[in-house]
Design a protein around this ligand. Sequence first.
Ligand SMILES: [Zn+2]
Length: 414
Amino acid sequence: MQIRPRAVNDETSERGGVSPLVLGRKPSWKEPDGVRRPARKHLALRCVRYRSVKTTSLLVVAFLITGLGTNTSCWAEPPRSLIEIKVGKEQFSGRIVAADDRDCWVFQRDGRMSRVRMDDVDDCSEVDPRFRPFPSLELRDQLKTEFGRDFEVKATSHYIVVARNESAERYAKLFEQVYRQFHSYFVPRGFRMEEPEFPLVAVVFPDQASFTKYCRAEGANPKPGVVGFYLPVSNRVALYDRTTSGRTRDDDTNDTVIHEATHQVAFNTGVHSRIGQSPQWVVEGLATLFESDGIRAKQSGGSSLDRINPERFEWFQTYRRQRRVPASLESFVRNDSAFQRAALDAYSEAWALTFYLAESRSAELAAYLRSIAARDPLKPYTAAERLQDFRAAFGADLTLIESGFLRFHDRLAK
Ligand SMILES: [Zn+2]
């Protein structure tokens, strides 16, 4: 499960078409007098006009945005300076990753993401020309202080894992293993993976009560039955150890680790965008794909059957026989409503479709993921655009794609 931050898209659509001013994008609008102006000057003008009370702060933000971002894609090539923003009694320090004339998005040094309203900014200044995430050792000490003596904190190459004493090392190894397996599976298949900018933090709580308490403190409100999640705002995975509750097998907790770690790795290596919107079937499809032992095994080649996710496959077969509406691929791609209607059916179809594409059309799937991650993160991702991107990657005829997809699963079932 992946819990999204407050939707950026809802906000942008409320604005009645105001163009977001994104770092480094090169807008080509015209001033009312018809003169085309350079983007940098234009942004400064807009900010001065936009707010008079806090003009100084806004100008500093505008300068930082425009002065440092001259590339065509702000989220791919963000500015690297460390800034400090004061909002009332709160202070944010980090680097701006995206901004428009109403909000800016800041990555803090521990990997947290904050959204700051321009209206609320009291002061803003550059404190260091170079933004540096907290080194792993420093973040580890901070986590020790945050979680106290009852927890142990273990670091690996990419992960910092907080868990009850004696289990932290085992979980840290498992998280790190998922990272490496993700890399080994996707990179040879043409998927682009960047090195994570921040150490990846995961917290394994000993029981459901402490997990729920933490969720509430983080502002997350997972539905009943949720055993773990990845939260893009905090950039952390949180879950609870169900074996210590005496309810379930070791494997069930490990499965949760694998699913959530896949989300976290995908969101931190550029496979998905942390700010922009990704179709839920894409995000959950990748995580459920990776739940399979066969996908994570070192050997490549062999049969698709070796890489199948047996639980999701079985569920999908039953769903197809009993409930799936024929020719429903288009609606599945257009929006996320299937996940609200019947989550497990939707998860099984997300897995089935992703598995078909990964096994049969992996180069197109890699290109499709790249195209979604490269979208302007502050723009809404409409149903029409989702469909258009899917068609651009896999072909215009959805009936043909759907029959190929279902035939693939028919063959696996034989
Ligand atoms: Zn998930």
